[in-house]
Design a binder for this molecule. Structure first.
Ligand code: FMN
Length: 407
């Protein structure tokens, strides 16, 4: 099962220098299982050929509102689409859409898709243009109007513009980022929509001297999967992460930390506004008791390291929790796994604890899979089979949504 199986996406491409990137977007969408109907403006046809999109999507490409035998394409295409994405959206296309024009197939489709506030069909504009065009008051006003109508707009990124044009805001985000936003557009919006979710991920590092540290084998995969899934469900996500070995997902606000103390401070800072806190990080439990400012020299004699416990983030931030916030912890154990999980859940006053056995194959650090037991506040225990961390992320968020809904 691919994420967009059974979904039809209308991909509108207008005529800008970034049009070539939309071929890659079409490919990503098709590979994810979507049926992609591409609509090219006259401008887009100056930049990229229809045949490229036909080959990538395996479907006919549309560009003419008056094409013989296709009289009702402007009604049918938006009706059959689960979502509409316009990438790139030129300044001119934005102006036409903001003023309700329907003088080409793409703008006619936009109107025929109906009122975006009631149609249940998300529409995403991805503007891309020269920085002066983007900052022009006309374009700003058109962008504001499009948002007011209920369309989503992805702000262009800063970066290199067309050849010889230097850099500035106007660049189209990379296809993978747009793809992630399409995932959010397609996701049914439940209890997490517009909620603030704080997720921690990865291990922390405790300095021994300026070049060495204590840490653990956490890669951040579980926490990052949860952050990505929460954002897709419409949440406003803050990901507080130690060094991780996976990419930070699109859309989340990333707070990079190194030590357990820094992670605790960041959690404390964001907790008072959080509807949910999901502590999937593996903060180091011990830190060096003495501060060593210079690199320790190698010697032939043995060495004793004096360690002190770090702060217990979940326990020490209990008083900063917002009333009704859902708090989820993780426990990675190697023995007495379940009884340790039960003890930790109670001692840290958690709504849910996700317990796993570090010694079990396919579970714990580094793997793409996990096998866990969920222990809830009411004492119920749910033993889940081995599954992808991305699947587990959704199950954990289902439980979080159920608690938020019940509150
Ligand atoms: C080389 C070249 C690059 C262009 N790049 C952009 C661009 O990145 N963004 C934009 O809004 N317009 C750009 N334009 C202008 C549009 O192509 C022009 O406004 C056109 O009418 C847009 O048509 P459409 O919106 O129907 O696709 C560019 C024009 C040329 C000749």
């Amino acid at each position: 099962m691919r994420p967009f199986d059974g979904r039809r996406i209308l991909l509108g491409v207008s005529g800008g220098i970034a049009s070539y990137k939309s071929a890659w977007l079409a490919r990503l969408l098709a590979q994810a299982g979507a049926e992609v109907d591409v609509v090219l403006t006259r401008g887009a046809l100056e930049f990229i050929g229809a045949i490229t999109f036909e080959a990538l999507t395996g479907r006919p490409v549309h560009s003419d509102v008056f094409a013989r035998g296709h009289a009702l394409d402007h009604i049918r295409l938006p009706r059959e689409a689960s979502a509409i994405v316009i990438a790139p959206a030129t300044a001119d296309l934005m102006a036409r859409a903001a003023h309700g024009r329907a003088d080409d197939l793409l703008t006619a489709c936009l109107l025929a898709a109906g009122d975006p506030r009631t149609s249940g069909k998300g529409v995403l504009f991805v503007p891309a243009m020269n920085d002066q065009m983007w900052s022009h008051p006309q374009t700003r006003a058109n962008a504001a109007r499009l948002r007011e109508i209920g369309y989503m707009l992805l702000d262009p990124e800063e970066g290199m513009l067309a050849a010889g044009e230097g850099s500035g805001p106007g660049r189209m985000p990379e296809p993978a980022t747009i793809f992630a936003h399409v995932g959010r557009l397609l996701e049914p919006q439940g209890e997490l929509a517009r909620r603030r979710v704080v997720v921690t991920a990865g291990g922390t590092r405790e300095a021994i001297d300026p070049v060495r540290f204590l840490s653990n084998r956490s890669t951040g995969k579980m926490g990052v999967a949860i952050a990505a899934a929460a954002w897709r469900r419409g949440a406003d996500v803050i990901l507080i992460a130690g060094p991780v070995e996976v990419d930070i997902p699109a859309g989340v606000s990333h707070v990079a930390v190194e030590s357990t103390e820094q992670m605790a401070a960041a959690v404390l800072h964001h907790l008072s506004s959080a509807d949910a806190l999901i502590m999937a990080a593996a903060p180091a439990d011990y830190t060096s008791a003495v501060r060593i400012d210079e690199k320790m020299k190698r010697t032939t004699s043995s060495l004793q390291l004096d360690l002190a416990p770090t702060t217990d983030i979940l326990r020490d931030t209990v008083s900063a929790r917002r009333n009704g916030a859902v708090i989820v912890g993780f426990a990675l154990e190697t023995n007495d796994v379940l009884s340790e999980g039960r003890r930790k859940r109670a001692s840290k006053d958690l709504d849910l604890i996700v317990v796993n056995d570090a010694r079990e194959a396919g579970a714990g650090f580094g793997t793409d899979t996990n096998r866990v037991t969920l222990i809830a506040r009411d004492g119920s225990e749910e033993s889940l089979p081995l599954m992808q961390k991305t699947e587990l992320a959704d199950i954990i968020l289902d439980r979080v949504e159920a608690r938020l809904g019940a509150a």
